[in-house]
Design a protein around this ligand. Sequence first.
Ligand code: NAD
Ligand code: UPG
Length: 492
Amino acid sequence: MIASNITKIACIGAGYVGGPTMAVIAKQCPHIKVTVVDINAQRIADWNQIDLDRLPVYEPGLPEVVAEARGRNLFFSTDVEGAIREAQMIFISVNTPTKTYGVGKGMAADLKYVELCARQIAEIATDDKIVVEKSTLPVRTAQAIRTILDAAATNGKDTQLATSRPKFAVLSNPEFLAEGTAINDLLYADRMLIGSEDNEDGKRAEQALADVYANWVPRERIVTTRIWSSELSKLTANAFLAQRISSINAISALCERTGADVDEVAHAIGMDSRIGPKFLKSSVGFGGSCFQKDILNLVYLCRHFNLPEVADYWEQVVKLNDYQKHRFAKQIIDTLFNTVSGKKIAFLGWAFKKDTNDTRESAAIYVADELLQDRAEIHVYDPKVTAEQIYGDLEYLQKHRRNDNPCTATQFSALSAVEIRSLVTVHDSPYEALKNAHATAILTEWDEFKGYDWQQIYNNMLKPAFIFDGRNILNRKEITSIGFELKSIGKG
Ligand SMILES: NC(=O)c1ccc[n+]([C@@H]2O[C@H](COP(=O)([O-])OP(=O)(O)OC[C@H]3O[C@@H](n4cnc5c(N)ncnc54)[C@H](O)[C@@H]3O)[C@@H](O)[C@H]2O)c1
Ligand SMILES: O=c1ccn([C@@H]2O[C@H](COP(=O)(O)OP(=O)(O)O[C@H]3O[C@H](CO)[C@@H](O)[C@H](O)[C@H]3O)[C@@H](O)[C@H]2O)c(=O)[nH]1
């Protein structure tokens, strides 16, 4: 029977979602044994690190949560089969990146890892399981998971009576946490969304998962819907959030031409309670593993369902974001007298936002790539990102440029790993990165950047000393009074 009182949970995928979400469930529910598994043995070893500063995910508040629950009722393991066998409820929290091959290349979500999980669960399960989609998935994926679970569950078990074969309930439970604030987002979630199949087992499973969250989430914030609505709500939420950023970034370009100030415009419109103040910060462009991937997935779905106008509408959000990154890089080249060849450009920040070590789709990667095409010498400092990660990001981009992206246009030539390493230097000290630089570009809004000794930095830079503030974090009056030439986003 589908369990109604959950005491054993497994989560497949120990990444940025699986790790923090399960750590918080374990912290809040000491009566539930939570096992997080991954095929990446290094990742699991890192989650088991005694030194909590070296967990694989940098996230404020996470070390404290892990310290409290790990070894008590929170376990990280590579034994995927054992965890599946034991659990009553299994979260699938594996990556669903944009496809880089075949049908839907560059647009559709790659569901191969999710499919593998479904097959593995079906093969190993000997009793009834609740399977929870935690990964972000295209609408109607639950149907595919159900088909795999049902078909594979009978495979090789033909001798078993149909009634004694394990049963599965599939739930959609998308995750809305944002990196950098994940622990707070999980502890004080705006809502927990659960979509279930419309049958007795589905409703039983929905109740069981709602009861888990009710250990700390107020009941009125636990929202239940049809399974397709839940799946689609996740893509829609990200599309709406990203759309706000592209909207304000579009206005930033107009501000630069007209003498308006985008931060003032954002403040003024955000005071309208119908618009609201959040997600109106103009920047060098949004990054992260979710927004672009999920919108492209939405666009692909719309085309699949023959809705080209709807597809074009949402695709524009991504195109505008590409334009914003390109505009920033071009402004650096234009301002530095039309070439950055042989010039030292210091990058402050590489992560896609502050308070994370995640760099996936970070604007910094695209801006760097465009400057490297002109043979700039880039010197990077980021408080949490390793040199290997930075080189790896640039090398990956050389193989996976999108042709329709002005930042990665086809006329760009691919740089070799050796060329990248000769042109890009990664520093442990921001002051070293900035010494003798022609210009500084701020790519991430890390708080520490604001507190630097900018007078000392100015003294050690070449003149004229340019700052391109891609996050509008510096105080214009103070910085320009030192002598810097400051270029901000959306300030004419
Ligand atoms: N990162 C976020 O902020 C965020 C927020 C909400 C939702 N999501 C969604 O959650 C999902 C996971 O994202 P993430 O950022 O945690 O990804 P991630 O790449 O950090 O982690 C995924 C993990 O799954 C593991 N994995 C893949 N296939 C496996 C298998 N068959 N068995 C065991 N382990 C396997 C990988 O080794 C990896 O460690 C994605 O669908 C993403 O869109 C992400
Ligand atoms: O006003 C803003 C807000 C954000 N950003 C940028 O947008 C990107 C994404 O930021 P954010 O949404 O805070 O982080 P993510 O971790 O990508 O979280 C998003 O993507 C997750 C994965 O799906 C969802 O769970 C979250 O709800 C959704 O906010 C980053 O580059 C930010 O710098 C801006 O430029 N301006």
